[in-house]
Design a protein around this ligand. Structure first.
Ligand code: FAD
Ligand code: SIN
Length: 542
């Protein structure tokens, strides 16, 4: 019996990148969306601030490009920035046509409804389209509703992509090509084989590699780890963005306080209640994220305080409650009335600026394998992502990758694929090993590879991760695979890649701040750090 499931397109992940791509390629063939939890569970679902796009009358592509390049600290690929910014409005319109409800406001003179544009750090204009403070939830709702009406698309929830199947791995001659993927069906605890001519990685980011993060549990860097194991080039992983304002509360798990709160007048204050951001940047509390996160880190270390404050009490309570209903309600549950009290906040790992290196059409170096969204490194973000540019990038690149894949479908038949080899696997009875290693990696990444780094700490992290990886490898091959074990293996790989890229970059730039190389080195201005399994590890020029 043929145990291989065959599709024209396989999509790994059901966030904005995977879902918007699926809707396009479904015109051309059968599509499977493989997603490791329920369909909506993704970083996308938690996005608060919104999507940056040039739609305001007083805005221009030039200004959005300039702000993106400035935030990116000299490392963005300008041609990519320009194309993504210029194609943004058309993609946002498609979302609206699909039924996405962005917040609107009434024009005071014409009384017509226009899009309400928010402001965030590093943006010189109001250009953030949002659905109050639950933009991501509304995006997932609109996309999943459209997907449900598409007969060509099948969503497989609670299916965990384990590894890519490539022609090189199978020892086939010719240029390397992705042929499919092994997938753990979590309910049945069996590994299935899926074949397709096109595989899209849309697996999102890796916030869970760090002890403190704004990301939900799905964000374990699985796509980067799988692509690395398959031989794709991984770039710029040292640029992990720390969001300056995650709620500090013992019972709150990963709750973000949107940058839009500062965009609407929220002010950062020290533990003692003094404003401090003016000393760090002319844009004060609205400076780019790398500057704000480092400033908070410095103030907390200087004073030994557990957090700083974000104060929006200067705004009318009615405005705060209607503009930020989710933040207001959530904080209230923790006993904080944000209309009357400042919010305790700390920085936390938020966004992976690097990833699987692709061109603007999402092509990786492996034929048939595309990557779009947070998992990919197109060069848009450079050394630091401008707020709300990631949903924009995912929309634009998903559209382009879909067009590209449909235009380049290979004429060849799918080859036969071998089933997953479970080896001598037996059920694991040492869950404590997994949970111990999981905690250890996340803590050491926080302590040694966080907002401020040194060569010594990076080297220490490297040595420790090497040992942990050896332990995990032994465990992985000896025991039956579970999603916990697979995620542990992936966060260890991603941690290793972050450290390897950080050690390559002997300067400070954007999100990568190293006390041993505190200055920006112009010689590194166009260089991406990169690492590729077995073949080479080094630096590429953009
Ligand atoms: P995701 O939305 O993360 O989707 C990844 C999908 O892949 C999920 O469905 C996941 O379950 C699945 N998956 C992962 N691994 C596997 C596997 N092994 N097998 C099967 N499935 C897998 N960006 C903005 O531009 N504006 C914002 O306002 C904004 N706010 C944010 C707020 C928060 C709290 C967070 C965490 C992020 C925010 N971001 C924002 C960043 C942005 O949300 C993400 O970069 C973006 O949503 C990523 O989309 P994606 O489709 O690439 O990945
Ligand atoms: C936020 O709302 O602060 C998040 C915006 C982003 O990450 O782009």
């Amino acid at each position: 019996m043929d145990q291989v499931s065959r599709f024209d397109f396989i999509i790994l992940g059901s966030g904005i990148a995977g879902l918007s791509y699926a809707l396009k390629v479904a015109q051309k063939g059968r599509v499977a969306i493989i997603t490791k939890k329920n369909s909506a569970e993704s970083n996308t679902n938690y996005a608060q601030g919104g999507i940056a796009a040039v739609v305001g009358k007083d805005d221009s592509f030039e200004m959005h490009v300039k702000d993106t390049l400035e935030a990116g600290a000299g490392l963005c690929r300008e041609d990519i920035v320009r194309r993504i910014v210029e194609e943004g409005p058309a993609r946002v319109n498609e979302l609206i046509e699909l039924g996405m409800n962005f917040s609107t406001e009434e024009d005071t003179t014409s009384h017509e409804k226009t899009l309400d544009l928010g402001r965030e750090g590093g943006h010189s204009k109001r250009r953030i389209l949002h659905a109050k403070d639950v933009t991501g939830r509304e995006i997932e709702r609109a996309l999943l509703k459209a997907i449900a009406a598409e007969p060509n698309i099948q969503i497989l929830e609670n299916h965990f992509a384990v590894d890519l199947i490539t022609s090189r791995k199978l020892g086939l001659a010719g240029a390397d090509r992705c042929l499919g993927v092994y997938v753990l069906d979590k309910a049945r605890q069996i590994v299935l084989t899926f074949a397709a001519n096109v595989v899209l990685l849309a697996t999102g980011g890796c916030g869970k590699v760090y002890l403190y993060t704004t990301n939900p549990d799905i964000a374990t860097g699985d796509g980067v780890a799988m692509a690395y194991r398959a031989g794709a080039r991984i770039s710029n992983m040292e640029f992990i963005q720390f969001h300056p304002t995650c709620l500090y509360h013992p019972q709150a798990k990963s709750f973000l306080i949107s940058e839009a709160v500062r965009g609407e007048g929220g002010v950062l204050k020290t533990y003692d209640g003094a404003e401090f951001m003016q000393a760090y940047h002319p844009m004060a509390s609205l400076a780019p994220r790398d500057v704000v996160a480092r400033a908070i880190d410095k103030e907390m270390k200087r004073s030994g305080s557990p957090h700083v404050w974000l104060d929006i009490t200067g705004k009318p309570a009615r405005f705060v409650m209607s503009r930020f209903p989710n933040i207001y309600e959530t904080c209230l549950k923790f006993g904080i009335d944000i209309t009357k009290q400042p919010i305790p906040v700390v920085p936390a790992a938020h966004y992976q600026c690097g990833g699987v290196e692709t061109n603007i059409d999402g092509e990786t170096g492996i034929g048939g394998l595309y990557a779009v969204g947070e998992v990919a490194c197109t060069g848009l973000h450079g050394a630091n992502r401008l707020a709300s540019n990631s949903l924009l990038e995912a929309l634009v690149c998903a559209h382009r990758a879909a067009d590209h894949a449909m235009d380049h479908l290979p004429a060849t038949e799918l080859v036969g694929l071998p089933p997953w080899e479970p080896g001598t696997a037996t059920n694991a009875d040492e869950m404590v090993v997994i949970s111990h290693n999981w905690d250890e990696i996340r803590r050491l990444m926080w302590d040694y590879v966080g907002i401020v780094r040194t060569q010594r700490r990076l080297q220490r992290a490297q040595a420790r991760i090497k040992n942990l990886k050896a332990e995990i490898r032994e465990y992985y091959w000896d025991f039956f695979v579970t999603s916990d074990l697979l995620e542990l293996r992936n966060i260890a790989t991603v941690a290793e890649l972050i450290v390897a890229c950080a050690l390559q970059r002997e300067e400070s730039r954007g999100l990568h701040y190293n006390l041993d190389f505190p200055d920006t080195n112009p010689a590194w201005a166009t260089r991406f750090t990169s690492i590729q399994r077995s073949w080479s590890a080094g630096v590429t020029s953009s």
